[in-house]
Design a protein around this ligand. Sequence first.
Ligand SMILES: Cc1cc2nc3c(=O)[nH]c(=O)nc-3n(C[C@H](O)[C@H](O)[C@H](O)COP(=O)(O)OP(=O)(O)OC[C@H]3O[C@@H](n4cnc5c(N)ncnc54)[C@H](O)[C@@H]3O)c2cc1C
Length: 450
Amino acid sequence: MKKIGIVGAGLVGSLQAILMARKGYKVEVFERRPDLREVEMIGGRSINLALSDRGWKALELAGVDQKIREIALPMFQRCMHDKQGNLSYQPYGVNNESIFSVSRGRLNQILMNEAKHYDNVDYHFNLKTKDVDLRDNTLVMQNLDKDIITYEFDKLFACDGAFSAVRSRLQRSAQFNYAQQYLTHGYKELEIPANLDGTHRLQNDCLHIWPRGEFMMIALPNLNGSFTCTLFFPMQGKLSFDSLNTAEKLMVFFQDYFPDTIELIPDLKADFFDNPVGSLVTVKCDPWQVNDDVLLMGDAAHAIVPFYGQGMNAGFEDCTVFSKMYEQANGNWEGLMKSFSDTRFKDGHAIADLALYNYIEMRDKTADPDFLLRKKIEAKFTRLHPDKWMPLYSLVTFSHTPYHEALANGLKQRALMDEVMKDPTIHDNWDDEVTMTKILRLLEKEKNHV
Ligand SMILES: Cc1cc2nc3c(=O)[nH]c(=O)nc-3n(C[C@H](O)[C@H](O)[C@H](O)COP(=O)(O)OP(=O)(O)OC[C@H]3O[C@@H](n4cnc5c(N)ncnc54)[C@H](O)[C@@H]3O)c2cc1C
C-alpha cells in the first residue's frame, strides 16, 4: 500500500488527509507548529474566513459539512459604511445566496479531529520540513531539538502554505515557473466585542465594509457576538501602518475615516499597536507536481490576496478536483499528479488575478454610483434571463465553474457593460425595457462574433 505524506496540518492539509484516509491509504501529516487543538484552548485572537460553495462541496465530500454548518454564520449582503455612518446594502447573490463566516481555528480543529477518527491517519507536530530529496522521495525535517528526521514517501502532498518549503525545493528544479508579488498594502486585525448580553453590535448577517478609496476595513461576525475587523492599509507612505505610530495619530485617523467604529472597538489602541501587520502576497507557479510523486496544493500552489474570499475555497476545491480525478482514474496513480497540475494550474492563476481585481472593487468601487448601478442592472438582467447571465461574483462564489472560465466570462461581461454604461441617460432609464433589450442585443452580437 502506498505511503502518503502530507506537509502542513492547516486547512487544506487536514482536508486532504481525510480524503486520502477515506480511500484507504496510510497517511502521515507533518506540521511545523504545535497541535493547534491544544494551543487554541489557551487563547489567541479569533480570526474568521468566508466560506462559500466551492469550500462546502469539498467539506461535503469529506463528510464534515454538517459539523462546520454548526459554527458557520451566513452573510447575505455587503453592508457599506460611509464616512458619515450611513449604511447601504448590496446582496451577494441574485437568489438570496450567502457566504459564511467561520472561525479559522475552529474549522482547522474540526478537520483535524475528523482526520484523527481514521486509524490510518497520524499527525506529527513540531516537525518543520526543511527540504525534500526528489531523487529518493525523502522528506527532510527538523524537530524542536534540531535533530534531523527523515520520512520516505510514495506520494507527497505539499500543503505547507504561501511560503512552502517544498515549493522552495521545486523552485530549484529545471522548468519550474515561479512568480511572487507583494501588495504595497498589509493588514491588521481589530476586534468589535459583543454587547454585554452576548449579542452582536452590528447586523450579523452581513459582511461589513468601510471602503475608503486607497484603503478599507471589513468586519465578519463571530459566533460569540464579536466581529473580527481587518484593516487593509498601505505599509508605507503618508497614511500607512508606518506613519500611524502614535496613539494620537491613530485616533485622529479613525476620527477622520472610520468615526462610527471608534465606539465599537473599545480596545482600538491596544489592538492596533499589539497586533502584527500581515503582508499580502500572490504566488503563481507551474507545474505543481514533480516526478508525479510530489504535488503542491492550496496556498503552496497558489497564494492569493484575500479580496475574493477564495484562498481557502480554492484550496478546498483542489482537494475535490484531485479526488474526482483519482476516482475517474480508478485509483491508478500513474500520471495523476501531472494531469491534475496540467488542468488545475490555470484556475490557480485565474483566481489570483480575480482576487487582485476585487481588491480595487472592494476598497474603491463599492462606493461608486456607476459601479453600484452596473450591479443593479446586472442583477435585474440575471433575474429576467438567468440562462443568459450569471454575475462574475456569483460565478466565482456560488458555482463550480472553473475559475479560468469564470474569469474569461467576466471579462466579456465587463466589456458589454462598459457599452451599456456609455449611455448618458443610463442613471435615469436603467430600469426601462430598452436597457434589457440592449443587453440582449449585445449578447447576441457577441455570440455571432464568436
Ligand atoms: C487576511 C486574510 C484573510 C483571508 N480570508 C479568506 C476568506 O475569507 N476566505 C478564503 O477562502 N480564504 C481566505 N484567506 C486565505 C486562506 O487563509 C488561505 O488560502 C488558506 O489558509 C490556505 O490553506 P493552506 O492549508 O493551503 O495553508 P495554511 O492555512 O497556511 O496552512 C499551512 C500549514 O502548513 C504549516 N507549515 C508551513 N511551513 C511548514 C513547514 N516548513 N513544515 C511543516 N509545516 C509547515 C503551517 O504551520 C500551516 O499549519 C485569507 C487570508 C488572509 C491572509
